[in-house]
Design a protein around this ligand. Structure first.
Ligand SMILES: Cc1ncc(C[n+]2csc(CCOP(=O)(O)OP(=O)(O)O)c2C)c(N)n1
Ligand SMILES: [Mg+2]
Length: 923
């Protein structure tokens, strides 16, 4: 069999390195050197074994006494290398195991040593600079470093500097493990506060869902370490995302949310103090606070509200962090704002969004300087055990795809969690990369407090009954080491319990005295009521010309592709100078350009959006000789806003989540996410349903995010026709967002500008065109964009073929089909029909619509025409609304009910399209 190209490459590389090492061991780096030393050792032993025992095929090295050709150094190097690489498999990271795993691959015999060698002095130039020690000492030391209560995974990292930095820090921490009494006490306080909080709630509100942290209390030590060490490492702000587990505990004990308020939320008669909307359950709410550490240093901590959908908040937190970094001017280093994501073991291993968000972490348009991931690995997901929840050994293995270091820590050892977090923080600040802390623990109760875990996990839970709490284990060790007395530790527990009792007592008094509810801190953002007031989005003609011309220019020494010069830039210049015609993409560029010169920054992200899926945008031009980039939108004026346009990774959910998060923090910017085709937006359905459509109602968090979704029937098949307009319309209520399907470049220009300029903030879902991008009739002129013009929710028929009183039929439509209808009417000279465009479907400007149709008092035939099948498109949304305005039955012209959005055959498409257009004028 011939080896594959990659295999050949690896073999070639190995040979090359091997030869180099034979000539000069120092020339290949220490890991390769250790590898070859071990390799020579093994192969020499096998050769020897084959000579003495030709029958045996075992690869286990024979017990050796002394071999001239095998150096002690070689064996030692191989052993050190093995501990660094797989030492974590022998670490005692599982608190539910009675002993650490016995890993044969780390037996000294594996490296050619025997038990008689234990007192032999050994050394490797790759460990402690060749320091000599007995084999017994070396083994003990390697065991302590790599097989204690932390399992370090870092040898998968390709970058030598990063890997060696980790190695040196992990190995040098050996000497610095001892902590002073105050650090020990602080860790004890953190786990005790967490345990007391849960036990108190358990006692006072039995059976109430709280998703107890019990078993995973050491999480609080990790958070505490961020607060303590963050400021000295340059961290000013922590943006957090987390799911249900331990959330109330984190709110109370890390973010400092008022205990009275938290306890109040548990009361039977609790009524939320909503600004507007429908609110959410207590364990989904966000919170923001400023915390001060023991050195009096401040850190802002913001926990994002999140939906039940596990891991969906990750992308949102990353986007928020990026926007904050921009606001703080920290875009070069990204050290000041730290994203912290807390995950469950089952969710981290199971949810695809995790991989997508990890994949964002080093990308130009999305990086946030590294995220600290904390896994509350309670070794269960609801009732599902790890063996049914993942195909990997560790729940964290997905993180290796970005070569993140992973520290697995035994959750019964708070000080080890402290150590892992210190290292993780230092690592993140140094390298700007993600790092994972896997706190291996257990879940004391059922999934929630109403669940009986013994139905499904009888053995684990029987074992857990005998397993003391984190506080008990840690407290016992502190006593045994003589650090604290039993009485001192009990006093700390008592202090927390008394505080909770006091808060609950005061709350009851407050209720009894009728003095009202405790003060509710809220992260809600209030905003003005929605209205249809026209927003002045027109721009002076001179400004449009000036910007238009700049958008057609490149620097003198820039080599533009010839076709782009002729067909794109030169045409733009002509249009800019002549006041039109402006096509869709030029109108878009003018909207961006005018906003930028008005000092609003603009961010556009999505797959291939720099060029544009349909080669229409060319926001970034590439030099044909050097591939240098030129972004004309960044060169409009001295003090303009910033134009950020990024091709994204091939994900919908993570990228839309990210941009949505960004939009929450940067309402002054125009933030857009573009789907390659609108169909693909359903890959981000969780972000659309759980955040974009409902976040204002649940959490009072407004957003101005824009979704650009190419949509329209052009015979491109089932997957490139529909952005599922019907789904967006179904999500609409309470003026939660705007959904529009436009027909002119000017309308596009105005709606984009309105999105930033308008006071009220609402997401905007835009069905965007494909064929209209190049349709000669689909153009606007400077008069349509000039001062005094604005966006029209409804477009009356300005090409009306007769006087209003003679109109018999009104065809209503939205989007691209307008041009098909117009062509048909012109061709067939159907001069008793007007075509009214509903440009913004939601919120529907009913007054405006009534005013328009009011002119056509003799029109008894009202038709809704759409390209989509009957069960899709806007019909089921708009039909009943139009019906309210007329006593005559609304007629439907469109495709028949269908399970797939569009046919795969172009010929059938054409026939269907012809039919629906004809129906609009004949039904
Ligand atoms: C996307 C999604 N699917 C399913 C659920 C239902 N669910 C809630 S918690 C849970 C188990 C989570 O396990 P894990 O991530 O290990 O967290 P733990 O509860 O153990 O802390 C499941 C399946 C959900 N919330 N989100
Ligand atoms: Mg779990």
């Amino acid at each position: 069999m011939t080896p594959s190209a990659s295999q050949r490459l690896n073999v070639d590389l190995l040979e090359e390195k091997y030869t180099a090492w034979q000539n000069d061991p120092a020339s290949v780096g220490e890991n390769w050197a250790a590898f070859f030393e071990g390799f020579e050792l093994g192969s020499a032993q096998l050769k020897r074994k084959a000579v003495t025992d030709p029958q045996t095929k075992s690869s286990t090295p024979a017990q050796s006494t002394s071999d001239e050709e095998l150096t002690i150094r070689g064996k030692t190097g191989a052993m050190v290398y093995a501990y660094r690489t797989i030492g974590h498999t022998a670490a005692w990271i599982n608190p539910l195991e009675e002993a650490p795993p016995d890993v044969m691959a780390l037996d000294i015999e594996e490296f050619g040593f025997s038990q008689e060698d234990l007192d032999t002095p050994v050394a490797s130039q790759y460990y402690r600079n060749g320091e000599h020690m007995s084999l017994r000492e070396l083994r003990a030391e390697l065991q302590r470093v790599f097989c204690g209560q932390i399992g370090f995974e870092f040898m998968h990292i390709h970058n030598r500097e990063v890997r060696n930095w980790l190695r040196d820090h992990i190995e040098s921490q050996l000497q610095s493990q001892s902590r002073d009494a105050s650090a020990k006490e602080q860790a004890f306080r953190a786990v005790t506060a967490a345990e007391t909080f849960e036990r108190f709630l358990h006692k006072k509100f039995p059976g109430e869902k709280r998703f107890s942290l019990e078993g995973g209390e050491s999480l609080m030590v990790a958070l505490d370490t961020i607060l303590e060490n963050g400021p000295s490492l340059g961290i000013d702000e922590v943006l957090m995302g987390m799911a249900h587990r331990g959330r109330l505990n984190v709110l109370a004990n890390f973010l400092g949310k008022s205990l009275k308020v938290l306890l109040y939320e548990f009361q039977q008669n609790y009524v939320p103090n909503l600004v507007a909307g429908d609110g959410d359950v207590k364990y989904h709410l966000g919170y923001e606070s400023e915390r001060v550490n023991s050195l009096d240093e401040k850190v802002d901590i913001k926990l994002s509200a999140n939906p039940s959908h596990l891991e969906a908040v990750d992308a949102v937190v990353e986007g928020k962090a990026r926007a904050r970094q921009r606001q703080l001017g920290d875009t070069a280093q990204r050290k000041k704002v730290l994203p912290v994501l807390i995950h469950g073991d089952a969710a981290f291993a199971g949810q695809g969004l995790v991989a997508e968000v990890l994949n964002l972490s080093q990308l130009r348009g999305y990086r946030t300087g590294g995220t600290l991931h904390l896994i509350v690995n309670n070794q269960i997901g609801f009732t599902t055990m790890p063996e049914d929840a993942r195909s990997s050994d560790y729940c964290t293995d997905v993180a290796k795809m970005i070569e993140a270091p992973v520290f697995h820590v035994n959750g019964d050892y708070p000080l080890e969690v402290l150590r892992a977090t210190e290292l993780a923080l230092e690592f993140r600040q140094k390298f700007g990369r993600d790092v994972i802390i896997d706190v291996v623990c257990y879940r004391r109760h059922g999934h929630n407090e109403g669940d009986e875990p013994e139905f499904t996990q009888p053995l684990v839970y029987r074992k857990l009954k005998k397993h003391g709490s984190v506080v008990e284990h840690y407290g016992r060790r502190l006593q045994e080491a003589g650090d604290f007395t039993m009485a001192e530790l009990e006093a700390i527990s008592q202090e927390f319990e008394s505080r909770l009792e006091k808060e609950l007592g005061e709350l009851k008094e407050l209720e009894q005295s009728g003095d009202g509810h405790p003060h509710m801190e809220s992260t809600a953002i209030d905003q003005p009521d929605f209205n249809y007031n026209a927003v002045s989005t027109g721009v002076p003609v001179d400004t449009l010309r000036e910007i238009g011309v700049k958008l057609s220019e490149t620097p003198d020494d820039f080599h533009v592709h010839d076709k782009l010069k002729r067909r794109f830039l030169d045409k733009r210049r002509e249009a800019a100078e002549a006041g039109g015609p402006f096509n869709w993409s030029f109108a878009e560029a003018l909207a961006f350009g005018t906003l930028l010169t008005e000092k609003h920054s603009v961010r556009l992200s999505g797959q291939d959006c720099r060029r544009g899926t349909f080669s229409q945008r060319h926001a970034v031009l590439y030099d044909t000789v050097t591939r240098d980039r030129y972004i004309a939108l960044q060169h409009l004026s001295e003090d303009q806003g910033q134009m950020c346009v990024y091709n994204s990774l091939l994900s919908e959910a993570a990228v839309l989540g990210f941009d949505y998060g960004y939009s929450l923090v940067a309402p002054e910017m125009l933030i857009m996410w573009e789907a390659q085709f609108g169909d693909f937006a359903n890959g981000a359905q969780v972000i659309i349903d759980q955040f974009i459509a409902s976040a204002e109602s649940k959490w009072s968090r407004p957003s101005r995010i824009v979704l650009l979704l190419p949509h329209g029937y052009e015979g491109m098949g089932p997957e490139h026709s529909s952005a599922r307009l019907e789904r967006f319309l179904q999500l609409c209520a309470d003026q939660n967002m705007q959904v529009a399907n436009l027909t002119t470049p000017a309308q596009y220009f105005h709606i984009l500008r309105r999105q930033v300029i308008r006071e009220v903030a609402k997401p905007l879902v835009l069905m965007t065109p494909k064929s209209l991008l190049g349709l000669p009739e689909c153009v606007s002129t400077v008069d349509d964009l000039a001062t005094g013009t604005y966006f029209h929710e409804i477009l009356d028929d300005y090409r009306r073929p007769c006087v209003p009183g003679d109109v018999n039929r009104i065809v209503f439509c939205s989007g691209k089909v307008y041009y098909d209808l117009l062509a048909h009417r012109t061709k067939e000279e159907l001069d008793d029909t007007v075509i009214i465009r509903i440009e913004q479907l939601y919120p529907l400007h009913q007054d405006c619509l009534m005013q328009v149709v009011g002119q056509y008092e003799h029109a008894h035939k009202w038709v809704w025409c759409q390209e989509e099948p009957l069960n899709m498109g806007a019909w089921s949304y708009i039909g009943p609304r139009l019906q309210k305005l007329t006593p005559y039955k609304i007629r439907y012209a469109g495709r028949d009910r269908a399970s797939s959005p569009a046919t795969g055959a172009k010929t059938i498409h054409k026939l269907e399209q012809k039919k629906l257009v004809q129906q609009a004028f004949t039904l």
